[in-house]
Ligand binder design. Structure first.
Ligand SMILES: Cc1cc2nc3c(=O)[nH]c(=O)nc-3n(C[C@H](O)[C@H](O)[C@H](O)COP(=O)(O)OP(=O)(O)OC[C@H]3O[C@@H](n4cnc5c(N)ncnc54)[C@H](O)[C@@H]3O)c2cc1C
Length: 416
């Protein structure tokens, strides 16, 4: 049976906001606490894609063997900043374990289950927050610049996706041209994911989620939480921030990349890393693109947003505030010009940290030895896609109304 308790959600990114809205739907009294404004962390700068097809974890044997050449490739998305190397130690060990074929298959299966449950959870939040107008439902495209890379994907990752029931259709170069006439014809073939949808304003989506949360009677506080202190035999949690403190029955930790630091004093270690991504924003010509297009070999996404195109990509393991890798920004500029076949005018630039786990699965569920602290972070490349379903699963956990799916594969205990 569910009962009402006062729950704090720390973090007003897409994951925390979605969780707070779901908790309200389950009748709970909720306070969100964020050190800044809602949606200004990683959730601000993503490519906006609800990536229904993304059921393949990055940790797998084939990728492991390619890592040295990927790191050497200046045109590629992957980079590690030297000063971040020591932070990669526990992550690296777990990454190696996650590359085992059995773990990889279990990861695909767990991710696929989450992805399949996600659209229904999204629809409920989009509808109840009046944000469907920020969503375009026109699928997404992945394109390949050589016949060889297209064939390799068809024989490999596309077949894997289909095994996990991803809806996709192969396209010839002519079919791509017919769907997206403004793309320069640099491609040899591609894949259409017809069920993908995207947001044309990721930050506004978060803002509107926050507005609805408050209209529903939720409290939004601005404070930089420094400690979580279990009290009264762990039946309550005291949160402390710069001389202020609050007491809650339960706490959801949805602080993205910062979750690791907040858990350390509780003796909870997490192999979470900062995987930085970059975006550039470009002036768009009228009706230039109608759906997100990724150039898969370069890991670059072009997403049509409101009055602009966002070019997103890069996987750089680095401290959140480390200096920019100018080569990576330059790559995004070059690839987007190649894709659009025209000189582009840049109107925005952003770098942010994805909260990434070694096996590409988020961490959802109670903290070890702290049943009233629920973890909801580590969504890596998929926080927008999995934000709402994560919120629903957390709300089910906290109210004892388990009905969607088993969250065991997402427990932190998989790394212990
Ligand atoms: C370039 C790029 C492209 C991406 N594209 C996509 C995409 O197309 N689709 C997709 O699904 N995902 C995408 N992602 C990933 C997605 O953006 C992230 O997974 C997601 O934003 C993570 O959300 P979050 O709520 O966990 O974290 P955040 O958005 O980072 O939110 C965490 C919040 O916690 C707050 N906080 C932190 N510490 C404290 C503290 N001590 N006290 C109080 N508040 C605190 C922060 O201020 C922040 O608001 C992309 C990421 C990048 C970088």
């Amino acid at each position: 049976m569910s009962s009402t308790s006062h729950i704090a959600v720390i973090g007003a990114g897409i994951v925390g906001l979605s969780t707070a809205l779901w908790l309200q739907r389950y009748g709970q009294q909720v306070t969100i606490i964020d050190k800044g404004l809602p949606g200004m962390g990683a959730s601000f700068g993503n490519a906006g894609v609800f990536a229904d097809y993304a059921c393949l974890p990055f940790a797998r044997r084939e990728t492991l063997y390619q890592l040295p050449s990927m790191l050497m490739d200046k045109q590629g998305p992957l980079a590690i900043q030297g000063r971040y190397l020591t932070n990669l130690m526990p992550y690296g060990v777990e990454y190696l374990k996650a590359c085992q074929p059995k773990r990889y298959e279990a990861g695909c299966s767990a991710l696929a289950q989450l992805l399949q449950a996600a659209p229904a959870a999204d629809s409920i939040l989009l509808d109840s927050t009046g944000t469907e107008s920020l969503i375009t439902r026109s699928g997404s495209l992945a394109v390949f610049d050589t016949k060889a890379s297209f064939e390799q994907a068809r024989q490999g990752q596309m077949q894997d996706r289909q095994r996990y029931h991803v809806n996709l259709r192969y396209l010839t170069a002519d079919e791509i041209q017919a769907l997206e006439p403004s793309l320069a014809p640099f491609y040899a073939g591609g894949v259409l994911y017809p069920d993908t949808y995207h947001t044309i304003e990721p930050a506004k989506l978060c803002q509107q989620y926050a507005d609805t949360f408050q209209k529903n009677g939720g409290t939004l506080l601005q404070a930089n939480i420094e400690t979580l202190m279990p009290i009264h035999g762990k039946t309550s949690i005291k949160l402390q921030a710069q001389g202020e403190s609050w007491q809650f029955d339960k706490v959801v930790l949805a602080t993205g990349i910062h979750s690791k630091i907040l858990l350390k004093p509780l003796g909870v270690t997490v192999p979470l890393v900062s995987e930085r991504g970059y975006h550039l924003e470009l002036e768009a010509e009228e009706n230039e693109l109608t759906r997100p297009v990724s150039w898969l070999n370069k890991s670059v996404f072009l997403t049509p947003m409101a009055n602009r195109i966002r070019v997103a990509g890069v996987a750089e393991f680095a401290h959140e505030n480390a200096p920019e890798n100018k080569q990576k920004s330059q790559n995004l500029r070059c690839f987007s010009q190649q894709m659009l076949g025209r000189p582009t005018k840049q109107i925005g630039h952003w770098i942010g940290s994805r909260p990434s786990t070694p096996d590409s699965l988020p961490i959802i569920g109670p903290a070890p030895n702290h049943p009233n602290i629920i973890l909801a972070f580590g969504h890596g490349h998929l926080g927008l896609t999995l934000g709402s379903i994560t919120g629903k699963l957390v709300a089910e956990q906290l109210t004892g109304q388990l009905e969607t799916l088993d969250i065991a594969p997402f427990s932190l205990s998989r790394f212990q």
